[in-house]
Design a protein around this ligand. Structure first.
Ligand SMILES: Nc1ncnc2c1ncn2[C@@H]1O[C@H](COP(=O)(O)OP(=O)(O)O[C@H]2O[C@H](CO)[C@@H](O)[C@H](O)[C@H]2O)[C@@H](O)[C@H]1O
Length: 630
């Protein structure tokens, strides 16, 4: 991936990163003079001395800057709250706020410009340097996510965690991502901070690693239970997963106190957490139960983003004992299920306790109201309507850009732009046909599908439409991994129609990029799709989407109107094979007989501004709303 400072191992297409000198250089930030700085080994009584101390040395927090907590006010002290609340938590005044950091950066700029005074600096221009786009709304933002591209990714969640923070940082916010350390990544350095947490009665140690890339702090949580899980992040039984996410949330919520980034911890001033999906929905709950209800972090806010409500962290009510909370919080998790009665539901508790809730499109925000779309959480969603907002995802235009795409630089592929669409894209198509061992023909429409193989993605609808499709002169390339029966189906279709179909079972970022560039058409018959990123990637590569008009797909794929020559693709109203066939049939007709309209579709798609910048502005509005709400 062309991400600055983090390169994928392209040969094996594994999601680990390799050390290279450029990478190391790009992780350096301007040194900040810390007004108050922390010693990793002295921050709290529960912080374990590191055997591998951080390279930088930090001053010790003075005892006057330490705020002992009023533990008497706790009704029911659990092991985590005992550890957290009885430990010395530095007061917010000892921590850097975003504005302090800005001051520090300015100080640094000023001092370094003095040092290199070569007479070319224009002091007037320096003074005129525009303020951050966010203006006075600049905040400290910590996004917490179970995966983050390019280090870890099973789908769109990882893409968002890798890209949204950069866009928020571009607006001037101080931004951190907290993610588990699943492998041996090159960039992160040990911070020297270690902490112990009790999970379901068992002591677990975590180590905190840090990297600074593209103006974002990445903090990696290292624990044996995360190691080597990169290819199976959500694997294991229900209780194992719950314990992993529990440890992750507990370890993440104390990061602003204990993990210095560029020498300074974030602290709780002007701070907002962004949690993502059920895996981190415990974080808003912990913020409330361990901190705010005890008079600590009173002004810290939490936003919970729904990427997919179908996965909720459900289990029997007994699971409540694992999350180590006082009994009065049990009701937050309790959800009545018509089939199973009361059960334990982590997403439910997160939705209730988060200050704000975002979901990844307007269409999905509406669908969540319904019993079909809300998957049992529609009632809670509707009770919390006032704090829910839909914001359509963007795309990382450094990574998903046909002009820069690193996966198009070899094997006959080519980078292309709007200007070179007519030559570059056919070259990519020919290279894809060759790589997939399909006849190399420019005139045959090449249809792509990329996605997790599960009920959501509607891959079975493609299978149903196969007999019709194979009667057409088309080629089909499908890439996916997931349910074994659907993987088997992919292989079977390829076996049956070898001269027209490739069914690639596996997870390959490189192949996903190449299909996006080489295909003429991208099929997304998803039954539900909160936002969908592949259709956005497709449009920006001049690949025309054919989608089920649902959730984010309906928001982003305006249907083609041949009379006005407007729109970006074809949509169909119900997730049924015959509807897919109708839409695809019209699409193929246009491809074959209306070349100019086709090129118009491609160009309009490529000309859209699909970057994260717009979405980041919308997120900022949510963060600010959360900040000022009581
Ligand atoms: N076999 C494979 N090999 C390589 N790459 C593969 C792959 N299968 C999928 N991918 C990649 O994973 C990502 C999938 O993103 P999506 O947003 O389309 O779906 P997902 O359902 O995972 O995300 C959920 O979260 C996102 C983010 O909010 C929402 O857009 C979406 O609707 C919601 O379901 C894309 O980058 C795609 O290229």
């Amino acid at each position: 991936m062309p991400r600055k400072g983090a390169t994928l191992n392209k040969d094996s297409d594994k999601k680990t990163t390799k050390r290279n000198p450029k990478t190391v250089g790009s992780t350096e930030r301007p040194a900040v003079k810390s007004k108050v700085s922390l010693s990793p080994s002295q921050v709290t009584s529960s912080t374990v001395n590191s055997q591998e101390p951080a390279k930088a040395t930090y001053e010790t927090v003075k005892s006057s800057q330490v705020m002992p907590l009023d533990v008497d006010s706790q009704k029911n002290v659990t092991s985590f709250s005992r550890e957290i609340l009885l430990s010395e938590v530095p007061s917010s005044s000892s921590m850097a706020s975003a504005s302090t950091l800005e001051d520090e950066k300015r100080d640094h700029r000023e001092s370094s410009s003095k040092e290199i005074d070569v007479g070319t600096e224009d002091p007037v221009n320096e003074d005129l340097k525009p303020p951050p786009l966010a203006g006075t709304n600049v905040m400290n933002v910590i996004l917490v996510c179970a995966e983050c591209a390019p280090w870890s990714k099973t789908g769109g969640l990882g893409d968002v965690a890798g890209a949204l923070p950069k866009a928020l940082a571009r607006r001037g916010h101080r931004v951190m991502v907290v993610v588990p350390l699943y492998g041996n990544y090159a960039e992160p350095q040990h911070t020297g901070v270690r902490k112990m947490f009790k999970i379901d009665g068992q002591d677990m140690e975590v180590n905190y690693f840090h990297a600074y890339i593209d103006n974002v702090d990445f903090v990696f949580i290292d624990s044996p239970i995360f190691q080597h899980r990169g290819n199976n992040i959500y694997g294991g039984n229900r209780v194992d997963i719950l314990k992993r996410m529990d440890l992750f949330c507990k370890a993440a919520i104390v990061v602003p106190w204990h993990v210095p980034c560029g020498g300074i911890c974030y602290g709780d001033g002007n701070l907002v957490f962004i949690a993502n999906d059920w895996h981190t929905a415990l974080l808003p709950v912990y913020l409330k139960a361990y901190f705010r209800d005890n008079g600590v972090m009173k002004f810290t806010r939490s936003v919970l983003v729904i990427h997919n409500i179908a996965h909720q962290g459900r289990g029997p009510m007994d699971d409540f004992s694992i999350v180590d909370l006082p009994a009065q919080y049990a009701d937050l998790f309790k959800l009545y299920d018509p089939v199973g009665g009361d059960h334990f539901n982590i997403f439910a508790a997160g939705l209730k306790t988060a200050d704000r809730v975002v979901t990844v499109s307007h269409g999905y925000a509406w669908e969540l109201k319904t019993s079909e779309g809300g998957w049992g959480l529609n009632g809670i969603r509707n009770e919390n309507e006032w704090k829910l907002q839909g914001i359509v995802n963007g795309i990382d235009i450094e990574e998903w850009n046909p002009q820069l795409d690193v996966y198009l630089k070899s094997d006959g592929y080519a980078n292309y732009s709007l200007d070179t669409l007519q030559t570059g894209k056919p070259q990519c198509k020919a290279a894809l046909q060759k790589e997939m061992n399909l006849p190399v023909r420019d005139d045959v429409p090449l249809i792509g599908f990329i996605g997790r193989l599960d009920h959501q993605k509607g891959v079975d609808l493609i299978a149903e439409a196969i007999p019709w499709m194979m009667g057409q002169d088309v080629q089909l390339v499908m890439l996916g991994t997931g349910r074994p029966d659907l993987e088997q189906m992919l292989k079977q279709i390829e076996g049956q129609y070898g001269d027209k179909v490739r069914g690639w079972v596996g997870f390959s970022v490189k192949t996903a990029h190449r299909i996006t560039a080489g295909a003429d058409i991208l099929l997304m018959p998803s039954r539900f799709e909160p936002c969908g990123l592949n259709q956005l990637y497709a449009m920006s590569y001049g690949t025309v989407p054919v989608v089920h008009a649902v959730g984010g797909l309906r928001d982003t794929v305006q249907p083609f109107d041949p009379f006005n020559e407007s729109g970006y693709g074809w949509t169909f109203g119900r997730a049924e094979a015959n509807q897919l066939i109708d839409a695809l049939g019209n699409c193929l007709l246009t491809y074959r007989q209306y070349k100019q309209s086709w090129e118009g579709l491609q160009r309009r798609g490529m000309m859209q501004d699909l970057s994260w910048d717009h979405a980041a502005e919308k997120y900022e509005e949510v963060l600010v709303a959360a900040k000022y709400q009581w």
